[in-house]
Design a protein around this ligand. Structure first.
Ligand SMILES: [Cu+2]
Length: 482
């Protein structure tokens, strides 16, 4: 969940980007030992530093266990799930995922759970780091406008999921109630340059991916395990573009990766890197030189790698439709000197024409023998089907495009006439273009569609997503081809 908006009638204002509550101490994306340590209370306890994803609290420098106070507030609020799509999230700490909690082996955690009076539901918390019934769930069952307290001793090191476990459990998890708690071993973890918090989860909306507006939870899709959204850190886009992670060549990176599900196992992978080290399932077992690591639902993994060359590393669930079509994608932009010994980049490009054609084409679609669209409305409706089959893979189902690769068709200021769209589909498009202030320099292949299909899809694009409107007929397509 990226941007939170005011939920009607609650009167709490959540600011952009992670919606941190003002009193909560947080750290920056880079953990620096010795900074922003937990603060001691008058009774000698410590108040835990809690951070908003992708930030991780600083390593613990204490050499002995202590009592750590964790104070967490449950708030139900409306926030952004994707561009133009909102959802009523149930949250720990007004953020999805909930804050990262970092403690040390044998610490005693004094856990306070508050449920905001505006909540409609009771909630609780099951921390997988707890040894005890329900992981704390029964002890922390909290009605709206109440606060509960329980304590536990962290007797096993590792990286653990926490989640709400109030019935219906699946629904509480599906609505955003989860996070990570790290129990550091006594000696701590080896020093790295940067640490980040990443949590994968699904959202089950009534509408399809990208359908705009406030989307209700779909119990049917949740039961069928058919999520329209699979995301990192609570929303589509939480880790790309202006939210991409940053690193420098030569640095070591540690990712704390959790999978809250509620249904799908993650095949976590970073395109362009190899994990030097994986703490398998977040435990003590270390595997080296791993391409993709399986993260079970209700599980986690710690992965580490050194970045050797500049460029963009892409975090994905390698069940790849989830990444490119449902939101499970993130980026680490690495700055620094090229190292051609490790990676040259492209050294040459030549035309390769085994079949003698100079035009890049896609296979011809079978033209069904049906009468053409009779009016504009019908053309738009049929065009939508053509769009979903032929264009959505690149321009995305709701026309928003894909950062740096495929320009948006939604509200495109490049589309100044119907011919622009028709021409792109008839002839393909290449060379530098600017769409809504962003430049693209790529190739759109020529698509082998019938004149009728081209007319329909062009008319659909023109009349969707706040574009200029208008109609393209098969006769117009013929004219343009001549
Ligand atoms: Cu709950």
């Amino acid at each position: 969940m990226r941007h939170c908006v005011l939920m009607a009638g609650i009167g709490l204002l959540f600011l952009l980007s992670g919606c941190q509550t003002a009193e909560r101490p947080t750290t920056s994306g880079t953990s620096q030992p010795g900074t922003a340590q937990s603060t001691a209370t008058p009774t000698g306890e410590e108040v835990a530093v809690l951070t908003t994803a992708p930030n991780v609290p600083p390593p613990i420098t204490r050499k002995a266990p202590t009592t750590v106070v964790v104070d967490l507030e449950v708030v139900e609020l409306e926030g952004q799930l994707a561009n133009g799509v909102t959802y009523t999230f149930w949250t720990f700490g007004s953020q999805v995922p909930g804050p990262f909690i970092r403690i040390r082996l044998n610490d005693t955690v004094e856990f306070h759970l508050k449920n905001h009076p505006s909540s409609k539901m009771p909630h609780n918390i099951d921390l997988h780091a707890v040894t005890g019934p329900g992981g704390g769930a029964e002890a922390s069952f909290t009605a709206p406008g109440h606060e509960t307290e329980f304590s536990f001793k962290a007797i096993n090191p590792g990286l653990y999921i926490y989640h709400c476990a109030t019935a219906p459990v699946g629904m509480h998890i599906a609505n955003g109630m989860y996070g990570l708690i790290l129990v550091e071993p006594e000696e701590g973890l080896p020093k790295v340059d940067r640490e980040f918090y990443i949590l994968q989860s699904e959202f089950y909306t009534e509408g399809n991916y990208g359908d705009p507006g406030l989307q209700p939870f779909s119990m049917e899709k949740a039961l069928d395990e058919r999520p329209p959204y699979v995301v990192f850190n609570g929303s589509v886009g939480a880790l790309i573009e202006e939210n991409a992670l940053e690193a420098k060549v030569g640095e070591t990176i540690r990712l704390y990766v959790g999978n809250a599900g509620p249904n799908l196992i993650s095949s976590f992978h970073v395109i362009g890197e190899i994990f030097d080290k994986v703490y398998v399932e977040g435990g003590d077992l270390i595997n080296n030189n791993v391409q993709s690591t399986v993260i079970p639902v209700g599980g986690a993994a710690i992965v580490e790698f050194k970045v050797e060359v500049p460029g963009s590393l892409v975090l994905v669930d390698h069940s790849i439709f989830r990444a490119f079509n449902k939101g499970a994608i993130g980026m680490i932009n690495v700055q620094g000197e090229e190292n051609h010994e490790v990676y040259t980049g492209q050294q040459s490009t030549k035309v390769y024409l085994p079949e003698g054609s100079a035009i890049q084409t896609m296979p011809k679609s079978q033209a069904p023998k049906v009468p053409g669209a009779q009016n504009k409305e019908e053309r738009i409706k049929r065009g939508e089907t053509v769009y979903k089959r032929n264009c959505a893979a690149c321009h995305q189902i709701n026309g928003q495009g894909l950062a740096t690769a495929f320009p948006p068709l939604a509200k495109s200021d490049y589309i100044t006439s119907p011919e622009i769209v028709t021409n792109a589909v008839v002839n393909g498009l290449s060379g530098e273009i600017t769409v809504n202030g962003q430049t693209f320099n790529s190739v759109m292949p020529q698509l082998q569609l019938t004149d009728e299909e081209i007319a329909n899809v062009a008319t659909y694009v023109l009349n969707s997503w706040d574009n200029i409107g208008g109609e393209v007929t098969p006769a117009d397509v013929q004219k343009l081809k001549k």
